[in-house]
Write a protein that binds this ligand. Structure first.
Ligand code: BGC
Length: 767
């Protein structure tokens, strides 16, 4: 792969731009279906650039003008994003990016329209299988790695859909009404890290409106991207989503996908310039970014590159193995052993569900079949269909009877259940989170026989499991891609120790979910009335029981959590070092098998002046330990851990308060906790600083006590602050400033005040 020299590219782009006529520049703003227009005719160093979808594998159409979006060249079908997000493994997701980047190289694609990082606001969201999580932190961490992996291969990543594209119902025009804090804390923060650290070459604006402005021309969104986050790449519309092109381009949009070609785009751009709705300088700003992209793409291309298909298939399996989530394993019913008599039930064991529908759909290179993979590992396996996905009631009833008669001959029953293909796709939302009725009925009846029943699920997003208390085991495979079948078989037979963790909550009922009353909104508007309480944040705050909580996932081994060994300068070991922004914890594998533990750090803030802050994931690490092995795990916290978005000042700010850190194995399985207090005091103290702020500096209370010893009134105010809960900070003592004290306490002189200020500031400098 050729090295790309950005400095040279920027220079060349400027030279090219200078030579382009207005007509040519206008042509640079549109794509025709998947390719840019004939820009190669404008300069010898320019080539058309080619885009392809990508969150679950590369979807390169055989013919670019084909109406059939499923007529694509075969490529590796990787686990869907909802699946691989459950790996909680940054390194593996980076490697996935590399693998997809290599496939793009072979297919001569210049940018992949992935990753998609919208938040799973409702379990009904039709594209939830394409998205990572209900949590912005986890989403951002993984998406950033995915982008870095793709771009390492010289292929552009396109982060999408910016922003709040959280439903399919009326996705092209719905107006998402979201309060500013929720928008930033939940929906935009999922994009921030991928933009700033992943530096994708492209960002796709969403179809919908946010607070009354279409995303593709939304002033606030584009300004955030360009001015605050310093994003410098191509900004493209989603398909046909350019609404106010003049406003969009003037604020930072650079490309419409697809767009008007030839005469139409030139006429439109000239019209906008004539009417003063766009300046040529703004047009240049957009065009130069597209030129740079074309040059970068041109520079990275190499003819004849091929990837190793088998290696990619094996990687898809590894990814699926690390992503599938063992939800339940009562009495250690799993793993299965080779010689047990096992009855496999369910049409999905023969016809796997391995991906979602719509623009992420790929044509798999080598699709595995679950039943065949089970038979490779077990020597006593029989199969009965039990149900068909089309759901012929009479036939299914007959099949159920047959299974009930046969079941007692077996040691264990493994039921493959899941959501049929047509229910989960881009373009529409789900209307329910129930499995098909015949599948639920079959599982219930089998569980009633008293035989051990293990349910193996294939679905892209959450389902209700009314039978979850009655069955012995549940393996959530999500949509495992082309090698998902061998991955699940290897987990079921214990060749792989499961390590996936839920990246979303499985509620007991749909009605329990936070956006239940508001999703998908009216004919024009959807109000995000649940605010920041999305997913686990809501269940946690309202103490609503869940079927399986966020972060949950079992292993065939067990782990103990302990406090770390004490560090230099500490008397006793603490979990949190808030100055360095780190959490330390000792993890020990107490079982007999090697395996992964995913250590999760949540924070529950009690912040001054705020009634309830949602509990938040702020860090995690996945560690592999041999039996008996222990390790001290260090988890870095981002500065956002101690910040909140304030709509008063329109920015993120460090917030004073008490922060309870919770370290555990899921949001509900907390093993260790520690509270730290953060008091962000002014950098320099003056006469106008609060006594309450001064005493936050360690040792300062005692110093002030000495200075005030001869000034009884001041001493009295100081003493009032001693036992005050800083979260409330209502006593006159902590609200007093030195200036107000001086007015109240006649014995306090200017020289005393000066001495105190200089003392405090000296102390603070030393910190
Ligand atoms: C989807 C995008 C996709 C594009 C091209 C749109 O309908 O929203 O995610 O990249 O089509 O297939």
């Amino acid at each position: 792969m050729a090295e790309v020299n950005m400095e040279r590219i920027e220079k060349t782009a400027e030279e090219i731009l200078k030579k382009l006529s207005l007509d040519d520049k206008a042509k640079f703003l549109s794509q025709i279906v998947w390719e840019t227009t004939d820009i190669h005719q404008m300069h010898e160093k320019l080539d058309k650039f080619l885009l392809a979808d990508g969150p679950a594998g590369i979807r390169r159409l055989k013919e670019y003008f084909d109406e059939d979006i499923y007529n694509t060249r075969p490529s590796t079908s990787y686990p869907s994003p909802s699946t691989y997000a459950s790996s909680w493994n940054r390194e593996l997701v980076y490697q996935l990016g590399e693998h997809m980047g290599k496939e793009a190289r072979q297919e001569e694609v210049d940018a992949m329209l992935a990753p998609a990082v919208n938040i799973k606001r409702s379990p009904l969201g039709g594209r939830n299988f394409e998205y990572y999580s209900e949590d912005p932190y986890l989403t951002g961490e993984l998406a950033g790695e995915f982008i870095k992996g793709i771009q390492k291969e010289g292929i552009g990543a396109c982060l999408k859909h910016f922003a709040a594209n959280n439903q399919e119902t009326r996705r092209m025009n719905i107006n998402a009404v979201i309060d500013e804090e929720t928008l930033h804390e939940t929906y935009l923060s999922a994009f921030e890290k991928p933009v700033k650290e992943g530096k994708p070459r492209m960002i796709m604006m969403a179809y919908n409106q946010i607070n009354g402005e279409y995303c593709a021309s939304n002033t606030k969104l584009l300004q955030l991207l360009r001015e605050e986050w310093g994003y410098n790449g191509v900004v493209v519309t989603d398909c046909y989503a350019a609404h106010d092109l003049g406003q969009g381009i003037s604020k930072g949009l650079t490309l419409q996908m697809p767009g008007e070609g030839g005469e139409r785009i030139t006429a439109r751009i000239k019209g906008l310039i004539e009417k003063g709705m766009l300046t040529e300088e703004q047009l240049n700003q957009a065009v130069i970014k597209n030129i740079q992209f074309a040059l970068e793409a041109h520079g990275s291309r190499e003819q004849g590159y091929t990837y190793d298909r088998q290696e990619h298939h094996d990687f898809a399996r590894k990814l699926a193995e690390e992503s599938m989530v063992l939800l339940k394993n009562e009495g250690g019913i799993l793993p299965l052993s080779k010689n047990e008599r096992i009855l496999v039930v369910g049409e999905l064991a023969e016809k796997p569900r391995f991906q979602g529908g719509g623009s992420s759909h790929v044509n798999p290179w080598k699709l595995e079949i679950p039943l065949e993979e089970m038979k490779k590992l077990g020597s006593n396996i029989d199969f009965l269909k039990g149900y068909t996905l089309e759901g012929n009631t009479q036939e299914n009833r007959r099949r159920l009877g047959e299974i009930l008669a046969e079941a007692p001959k077996y040691d264990k029953i493994v039921v493959f259940a899941g959501i049929p293909d047509l229910i989960e796709s881009e373009g529409y939302d789900r209307v329910s989170i129930e499995l098909p009725r015949e599948q639920n009925g079959l599982i219930e009846r089998l569980a009633e026989t008293g035989l051990p029943v293990i349910v193996v699920l294939s679905n892209g997003s959450v389902v209700e499991m009314p039978w979850r208390e009655k069955v012995s085991g549940i393996l959530e495979c999500y949509l495992g891609g082309e090698a998902g079948a061998s991955a699940s078989a290897r987990i079921l037979f214990g060749e792989v120790n499961p390590s996936g963790r839920l990246a979303e909550t499985f509620p007991v009922h749909l009605e329990d979910t936070p956006s239940y009353l508001y999703f998908p909104g009216s004919s024009e508007t959807v109000v995000y009335a649940e605010g920041q309480f999305v997913g686990y944040k809501y269940y946690d705050a309202k103490k609503i029981p869940t079927a399986f909580p966020f972060g949950h996932g079992l292993s065939y081994t067990e782990f103990a959590y302990e406090r770390p060994s004490s560090r230099a300068g500490e008397n006793e070991s603490s979990l949190v070092d808030e100055r360095c922004g780190r959490v330390y914890v000792r993890i020990k594998n107490t079982g007999v098998r090697a395996g992964y533990e995913t250590v999760q750090v949540y924070v529950q803030k009690q912040v001054q002046g705020k009634s309830l802050c949602p509990k938040k994931l702020v860090g995690f690490a996945k560690v592999y330990l041999q039996p008996g092995e222990q390790r001290e795990v260090v988890i870095s916290l981002s500065e956002k851990t101690f910040q909140q978005y304030t709509s008063r000042e329109h920015c993120w700010k460090k917030t004073n308060g008490r922060y309870e850190f919770l370290v555990g194995s899921s949001v509900e399985d907390i093993r260790l906790r520690e509270t730290v207090e953060i008091w962000d005091v002014p950098d320099v103290m003056t006469e106008d600083s609060n006594i309450g702020d001064m005493i936050r500096i360690p040792g300062m209370y005692e110093k002030l006590e000495k200075v005030f010893a001869d000034h009884p009134v001041s001493l009295n105010f100081l003493t009032m602050t001693r036992d005050e809960d800083p979260l409330k900070a209502i006593s006159m003592g902590s609200l007093m400033t030195l200036r107000t004290l001086k007015r109240t306490d006649v014995t306090l002189l200017d020289k005393d005040i000066e001495m105190i200020i200089s003392e405090i500031n000296k102390e603070m400098e030393g910190k």
